[in-house]
Design a protein around this ligand. Sequence first.
Ligand code: SF4
Length: 326
Amino acid sequence: MAALLEADDVVKHFPVKRSLGEIATGRHPAVHAVDGISFAIESGESVGLLGESGCGKTTTGRLLLRLAVPTAGTIRFDGQDIGTLAGDDLATFRRRAQLVFQNPFEALNPRFTVLRAIAEPLVNAGVPRADHQARVVEAMRRVNLADVDQHLDKYPHQMSGGQLQRVVLARALVLEPIFLVADEPVSMLDVSVRAGILNLMRDVRQAMGLTAVYISHDLALVRYVCDRTLVMYLGKVVEDGPTEEVIRLPQHPYTQALVKAVPVPHVDQSHEPLPIKGNVPDAKNPPSGCRFRDRCPHAMARCASEEPPLREVAPRRRVACHLLAA
Ligand code: SF4
């Protein structure tokens, strides 16, 4: 199947304020949020970006939607470099690629009714006003907001968290995109409604043939909804493969630790602390060689001097670790 999206050696650094010492020595410190990641996503695929806070997964999602501009590298969507899009081409990309917000309580303007909230992308895209209500109703039906007429004039404070997340999803679908990025789509919801929203997202994705990227720290979530998972650590992809294989037979020591923390993953299961020492290192000064070496139980001398490339270790499996070097 053809790749809908291709990221090629993408880097995103955020400059930070310099200290007096850094000014004196001419250093320009930056947070290395994403540091050279390459992958392709096929049309119709559902891909998880998995990792701890600060691993670069949210920045990657923003780069894929051109909500942030790469420091280096290119992202192609349907064959076009999204960094070069302008005018009508950029407007078309904005319609085709949508973000599902993490926090429905913040994503919706409290002064907007449901109708107005879901119609807002139509207004921004210049869709004739006469078409708005029909398209909003269609989007609400897609997300199983039953009794559409009852909900159209409600305000966010009159709805439950699960209903609000359905409104957020309807808003992302109203322009009939082909690509969705969902950033921690259920993390702010009560445990009792999470599985329902994830089932809905899976059903909607399949019914509309959407390509999707789910950003999460939650192994159980990606197992539930993603065909394939990219594990990220400190701005790098360290493992990539079909989700079930990555979870049943994790190859990278970091993925192994993530899997050990949730032995029998369920969407609503609580998590054990990661069975590895220390915390994620400072992204302003990532370690030399392998970025996981300070926490890795298998680290060896080579790991400090040589960065392990993300290499294919089996069909559709890539891992960045010297232990798996040919
Ligand atoms: Fe551990 Fe070395 Fe592999 Fe990094 S390259 S994960 S430090 S063994």
